[in-house]
Ligand binder design. Structure first.
Ligand SMILES: [Zn+2]
Length: 357
């Protein structure tokens, strides 16, 4: 249980009772209350009918209430973790399963996280920007890129990356790489990345798209700097200006950059290690107007000791604002670095806090 940071002094029972009467969610996690007559314990914000003061006992956390023989309320579920974290956890479990060698069906994945097939598919796509099938293909492609960069034999690398041992594996591997495995290893002909340049409220912006989805959103003061960064990120790709139809898609990206509260529905091509993907997905779950510390983010992905690795993954983000790495701040609340400059981070956070207040 986390300690309260907003209240320096321990709460008095009078303050606790006041919080229960007001059903104040700010006190959730700081204590629970239990009702002698029903044998049930609740979060302060529980919407159930208020008990009589004389029947109420307070506990510092739900574990103490359970130890005293109370049952957790079914309505406010004081023992369960934050629902948003629960959903992310389900996606993480699915990603772990997809990262394994063997084939797994959508039904089996949904089963493994206790959801219906339809709800699971929608959740997975919302969090990762990819269907489970495309996520697995992208994951294998990443492993294949690593193996090919270590210049293994092409056949060995394709098999080592988890592509099935069948006549179709070259085709699947090629589709995942956007080029043939041999081309990739040889650094010969390259995949194409289409891009568009546009003004936005944060300066100049570049939006790049692979055949799998939006693969980079970059910010800078000049188009030259944007194109140099794009070539640095995709050294082997053939970077080409996008079509008119693509420019229309880019408008949706710019709208989202200028107002992060507008929905973003384009498919994403998140290219990174499994760990980076985990961090970026956790970032995408932070709503506009909220910030977290690197430590809190590390805890959210279940790796509390990996604070520095989490900070590196934030710095390696290639999708400005859509993967909101600007919402991570130091533990003391001060801003830390930002890939696209501290001034832009300050501007973004200020704008988002205005909207929320
Ligand atoms: Zn309750």
């Amino acid at each position: 249980m986390k300690t309260a940071t907003t209240f320096a002094m321990p709460l008095t029972d009078e303050q606790r009772w006041q919080a229960v009467c007001e059903r104040d969610p700010a006190y959730d996690g700081q204590f629970v209350f239990a009702v002698r007559t029903t044998g049930i314990c609740c979060r302060p914000s529980c919407r159930s009918r208020r008990p009589l003061r004389g029947n109420v006992r307070f506990f510092v956390d739900v574990a103490s209430a359970l130890a005293a023989g109370f049952r957790p309320c079914k309505r406010c579920q004081p023992a369960s973790i934050d629902p948003q974290q629960q959903r992310l956890r389900k996606v993480e479990i699915a990603c772990d399963l997809l990262a394994q060698e063997s084939a797994i069906t959508l039904d089996a994945l949904a089963d493994a996280v206790g959801m219906s097939r339809w709800h699971f598919h929608r959740l997975f796509k919302t969090v990762t920007g990819l269907t489970p099938k495309r996520w697995q293909l992208a994951f294998r492609a990443r492993r294949l890129r690593d193996a090919l960069s270590a210049s293994q034999k092409v056949t060995d690398a394709v098999l080592a990356a988890g592509f099935p041992d069948s006549s179709s594996y070259y085709r699947q591997a090629d589709a995942a790489l956007g080029m043939t495995a041999r081309q990739y290893r040889d650094g010969g002909e390259s995949a194409t990345v289409y891009y568009a340049l546009s003004p936005c409220s944060l300066g100049r912006c570049l939006v790049a798209q692979s055949e799998r989805g939006i693969c980079a959103i970059l910010l800078a003061d000049s188009d030259e700097a944007l194109l140099a960064e794009l070539r640095h990120i995709f050294p082997r790709a053939f970077c080409e200006p996008g079509s008119e139809a693509y420019a229309i898609e880019v408008e949706q990206v710019i709208r989202h950059l200028d107002n992060p509260a507008t929905p973003f529905t384009l498919p994403l091509d998140l290219q990174g290690t499994a760990f980076q993907l985990q961090v970026w997905n956790a970032l995408r779950a932070i709503p506009p107007g909220q910030t977290v510390s690197y430590q809190a983010l590390a805890e959210r992905i279940g790796r509390p000791a990996a604070v520095r690795a989490v900070a590196s993954a934030c710095a390696a983000n290639k999708l400005a604002i859509v993967v909101p790495c600007h919402r991570v701040v130091r533990a003391d609340g001060t801003r830390s670095g930002y890939r696209w400059g501290p001034a832009r981070k300050a501007q973004l956070l200020m704008k988002e806090s205005d909207k929320e207040s």
